[in-house]
Design a protein around this ligand. Structure first.
Ligand SMILES: [Zn+2]
Length: 165
């Protein structure tokens, strides 16, 4: 079931009960939307707003567009590795090979930097501590495209001794 929610900063938002993640922004240029799943509905109203503002940050800062060229370059120069990933014995091996490729090509570093940028966007809207609360309650898997949650929390929390915001 997909249901339209109120827009955030002019960006359409949809709830999709089949979506397993918390939130995601999709699309390019002027055709973009934010998707949220069941786990988003379990957050408090302020935390929900913080997560939406994080995604809005990705959209407003043109993150998907900035990833097109590095991603194309990565594919173009690693056709053999990509073919090997397609032929990998199982899902776990494919995922680990894909993670290595993302790291080696610098695409993972760019994506992680974009996560921090989107967190700062959210904090700039006054929702930094709500985002930190949401993070501290979420179950997050390690993933080459996202920084470790502890590091994001440290940057969001001004008492953590960093000046990330
Ligand atoms: Zn993000």
């Amino acid at each position: 079931m997909r249901q339209r929610l109120p827009d955030i900063l002019g960006i359409p938002v949809w709830f999709d009960d089949a979506f397993e993640g918390i939130s995601d922004s999709r699309g390019f240029l002027w055709w973009k939307g934010i998707f949220v799943g069941q786990s988003w509905t379990r957050l408090t109203r302020r935390e929900q707003g913080a997560v939406l503002l994080h995604e809005a940050g990705h959209v407003k800062l043109w993150h998907a567009e900035k990833r097109i060229l590095p991603s194309l370059r990565m594919h173009f120069f690693n056709l053999r590795k990509i073919a090997a990933i397609v032929r990998a014995k199982n899902e776990a091996q494919a995922r680990s090979m894909w993670g290595e490729l993302l790291k080696d090509s610098g695409v993972a570093a760019l994506a992680r930097e974009q996560e921090f940028e989107a967190d700062r966007f959210c904090a700039g809207c006054g929702y930094g501590s709500d985002l930190a609360m949401a993070f501290s309650r979420m179950q997050t898997e390690s993933d080459p495209m996202h920084p470790p949650t502890e590091e994001r929390l440290l940057r969001l929390n001004p008492m953590g001794g960093r000046t990330g915001i």
